[in-house]
Design a protein around this ligand. Structure first.
Ligand code: SF4
Ligand code: SF4
Length: 443
């Protein structure tokens, strides 16, 4: 993972070693050209060099070289970053900013543990809820009960901005909607082989309909779709928030559980954040001699749903199946999830797929590839910054005149619902899989 890491097994350098606090070797890649500055949402908000990718790299180098202390300003700048990776897309030197940030956050956590309450919250969230199906179900039931009792409406006045966000969280659907994917969904028409799909951690509880739509659309293109019932979490949120040991453990579990079902089929993901992370398991486990090859092989099998569908055979099957009786309000606009366009380099396929739907008018939104401010749990940790980042995107959405906004990541889906819910706009937010499923003609 880091070139400053030791090579022994999956050991990382001791966190008290100043040089290991940041990935010094990667920081040296930056040539200070500044091309990344205007793409960075936190630089756009503050106009401050320190809050830009180049500024953060400068801070990282200063700490690594002993010229500065990893003080509160350093920590705040690391946490202010959304890890949207927009800076990576424009960087001529190939600086891997996302990996550097995960490494720095991990080392910061070890070196400077948060207070007791934050430690308990992190333990409950990352080790109690996210990794256990029972924990996720319990949390979903709790949130649904709060929504049914309208406690979410009270949360605004009681908890300020965090409460308002709570109020605009997606409605947790009823238990019938929160059922897991079937182990096998047979193909429709001539079979085209098997794919595995990720059900995910929060997806089945909040966006189970999206997973089912993905399954239906894949089956409609001739794929046998297999889920992995034992699996819960890929570890993306853990990695982004510096919980690296847990992220590595979850990567090993994910690989083992998927391989147990099928060790060669493509692994199709409808959540951009999870897909970007699973494509990097090879990097995450690079220092583990027992797992690194298996991890790299597994990562090569991971594809986003849009990559899978936009292949020639997928497109041909979709053309046969898509009709104009979808009832989707137009115009429709596509918002690139950061972890799809910057993290995976997938930009054209979603647009191409939307253009296949008969009668759908697609309009481009300016700044579609800028961050919406969701960034995993950033919405909860830094609600004001998160909404400030979304604000210009809401204006861009307004300018398109779109009645439907399409995305492909649960965090972005939720963030847009929060932003639109706080405004007087009437724009439906849909996952691309839902658009395609609605347009499928019955066979
Ligand atoms: S990852 Fe995003 S927020 Fe962080 S420095 Fe890069 S562009 Fe800025
Ligand atoms: S674009 Fe890359 S090389 Fe240029 S300043 Fe930003 S991070 Fe450094």
């Amino acid at each position: 993972m880091s070139s400053t890491s030791t090579n022994a097994a999956h050991e990382r350098p001791h966190p008290m070693d100043r040089r290991s606090l940041v990935d010094h070797a990667r920081a040296l890649d930056c040539i200070h050209c500044g091309l990344c500055l205007t793409t960075c949402p936190t630089y756009q908000l503050t106009g401050s060099e320190t809050s830009s990718p180049r500024g953060r790299i400068h801070l990282m180098r200063a700490v690594a070289e002993g010229r500065a202390e990893p003080d509160a300003t350093f920590e705040d700048e690391m946490n202010f970053c959304l890890v949207c990776r927009h800076c990576e897309s424009v960087c001529p030197a190939g600086v891997e900013f996302g990996a550097m940030m995960e490494f720095s956050r991990g080392a910061l956590l070890e070196r400077k543990p948060p207070g007791l309450l934050a430690r308990i919250a992190r333990w409950v969230g990352f080790r109690g809820i996210l990794v256990r199906r029972a924990g996720l179900r319990l949390a979903a039931v709790g949130l649904r009960s709060a929504q049914l009792l309208r406690l979410d409406v009270l949360a605004g006045p009681l908890l300020g901005l965090r409460g308002q966000i709570f109020r605009h969280l997606p409605r947790v659907p009823g238990a019938r909607e929160r059922r897991p994917l079937p182990p096998i969904t047979p193909p429709e028409g001539a079979p085209r082989g098997t794919v595995l799909v990720l059900d995910g951690c929060v997806m089945p509880e909040l966006f189970g309909r999206v997973n089912r739509a993905m399954t239906q659309v894949l089956a409609a293109t001739g794929r046998e779709v297999r889920s992995v019932p034992k699996h819960v979490c890929c570890g993306a949120l853990h990695a982004h928030n510096g919980e690296l040991d847990q992220a590595e453990a979850l990567a090993r579990t994910t690989i083992a559980q998927f391989n147990e079902v099928d060790d060669a089929a493509p692994v199709v993901i409808d959540s951009a954040g999870c897909g970007a992370h699973m494509k990097e398991y090879g990097r995450l486990l690079a220092n583990d001699p027992e797992w690194r090859d298996r991890a790299a092989t597994f990562s090569r099998r991971v594809v986003d749903l849009t990559e899978e569908l936009a292949g020639p055979e997928g497109v041909e099957r979709l053309r046969e199946r898509l009709g104009d009786q979808h009832g989707i309000e137009g115009p429709v606009t596509w918002d690139d999830p950061c972890h799809l366009c910057h993290g995976q380099g997938v930009r054209d396929q979603p647009r191409q797929l939307l253009d296949l739907v008969p009668g759908l008018e697609r309009v481009e939104m300016s700044g579609a590839d800028s961050c919406c401010g969701s960034a995993g749990i950033y919405t909860v940790l830094r609600p004001e910054d998160s909404l400030d980042v979304l604000e210009p995107k809401l204006e861009s959405l307004e300018q398109t005149g779109a009645a439907t906004l399409v995305t492909a990541n649960p965090g972005c889906h939720q963030q847009w619902q929060i932003g639109i819910g706080r405004s007087d706009k009437k724009v439906e937010v849909l996952h691309l899989a839902e658009v395609l499923e609605r347009a499928l003609r019955p066979r």
